[in-house]
Ligand binder design. Structure first.
Ligand code: ACO
Length: 332
């Protein structure tokens, strides 16, 4: 059974924003025991961008959303709602949505943050689309943003090399046809022990002890996550095609979450994708968690790889475990 919205809702504009500072694999090898060859062959990553100290998620999210608004010719005060997918908010509260609303002057919008790690943007996208489809909201902004450099231990080569900072934004509106055609999302909390941040939440609040033990950083059991990610990303992407009777030849672009090129290639293989139909930006920006898919969409459009009416599959897998996929016809 497909999950069809009550009326067509599409992405009508995109935007992105990254920090200025680029860190190549060789730069990282200056201060941790790693090397360019290992990182590139195991992950597909060549470089990433990290913020300067003091920059928070809203500092990337606001300009990304402003770019999307400008491209749509829309004023911030036309927005009805702002949904921010992130696991690295400026602060637990107020939400990053509140900060972005204030920075942009989106005076008529309310908003909230949504936490689903690397699947966050897809969950936020379909949540925002449902608001528009219901008829109660006309113009909804969805932003995926993460400052992963704020939660990685730069002495831990098994995680630090994998992540970057960035933000991608989209505007959702009702469209005459096409837009989001189907989606599916899952969680499996039994995977929580394989990818998590041990402290800083209510169960283990910050203390001198947790800081000394470096418990405010990402912990990942790479191979356990890898195995599950390969299987689930491939399966859910294929599900989008099969249950909508879309043939791989009709798929213009596959935009997977960018955690590891090997995971992405496995999903592309399961989709029987033709050469050149998968969007890749992990080489340049690494894993920006909730920002990978909206930035990849923005870049695909900039590169002329996406046009109105094109069929696209988005899919993601991340901490939780969380995973999901969306089938859509491009609307801008
Ligand atoms: N440089 C050099 N060597 C390294 C590095 C590094 N940066 N990192 C690990 N190694 C070493 C290890 O110490 C190990 O050495 P050993 O054999 O002497 O013990 C060896 O390389 C192999 O390590 P593995 O962990 O087995 O490497 P693997 O091939 O599994 O790759 C990786 C690790 C890239 C993390 C992979 O497991 C992966 O991509 N996992 C999934 C990530 C993912 O999808 N995350 C979900 C999204 S993120 C989110 O939601 C926030």
């Amino acid at each position: 059974m497909t999950r069809r919205l009550a009326r067509p809702v599409g992405i009508t504009a995109t935007g992105q924003h990254y920090p200025e500072r680029v860190y190549t694999n060789d730069d990282l090898a200056q201060f941790m025991d790693t090397n360019d060859e290992w990182i590139r062959t195991r992950t597909g990553i060549s470089q990433r961008r990290w913020v300067e100290p003091g920059q928070g998620a809203s500092d990337l999210a606001a300009p990304a959303l402003q770019m999307a608004l400008d491209r749509r010719g829309m004023k911030a005060d036309e927005l009805d709602a702002i949904i921010i997918a992130t696991v690295t908010p400026d602060t637990f509260f107020p939400s990053t949505a509140c900060r972005v609303q204030e920075k942009l002057g989106a005076t008529k919008a309310y908003g909230f943050d949504l936490s689903a790690a690397c699947s966050g943007f897809l969950y936020a996208l379909t949540t925002g689309a449902a608001l528009v489809a219901s008829g109660t909201h006309q113009k909804v902004a969805v932003v995926g943003v993460d400052i992963m450099s704020s939660i990685i231990n730069k002495e831990d080569r098994t995680t630090a090399v994998l992540f970057g900072d960035g933000a991608g934004a989209v505007i959702l509106e009702a469209v005459p046809e096409g837009g989001i055609l189907d989606f599916e999302h899952f969680i499996d909390g039994s995977g929580g022990c394989h990818l998590f941040m041990p402290a800083g939440g209510s169960a283990r609040p910050a203390s001198a002890e947790t800081v000394a033990a470096k418990e405010h950083f990402v912990v990942q059991h790479g191979q356990d996550v890898f195995k599950k990610a390969v299987r689930e990303m491939a399966e859910i992407s294929r599900l989008m095609l099969d249950r909508n009777q879309v043939s791989p030849d009709d798929l213009k672009l596959f935009v997977p979450h960018q955690a590891n090129l090997r995971i992405m290639d496995a999903a592309a293989k399961r989709l029987e994708l033709a050469e050149g139909r998968m969007m890749v930006n992990i080489n340049e920006f690494a894993n920006t968690t909730a920002a990978t898919i909206p930035t990849a969409l923005h870049q695909a459009q900039e590169q002329g790889r996406l046009g109105k009416g094109d069929t696209v599959v988005l899919s993601a897998f991340g901490a939780g475990f969380t995973w999901g996929a969306v089938l859509l016809k491009w609307s801008c």
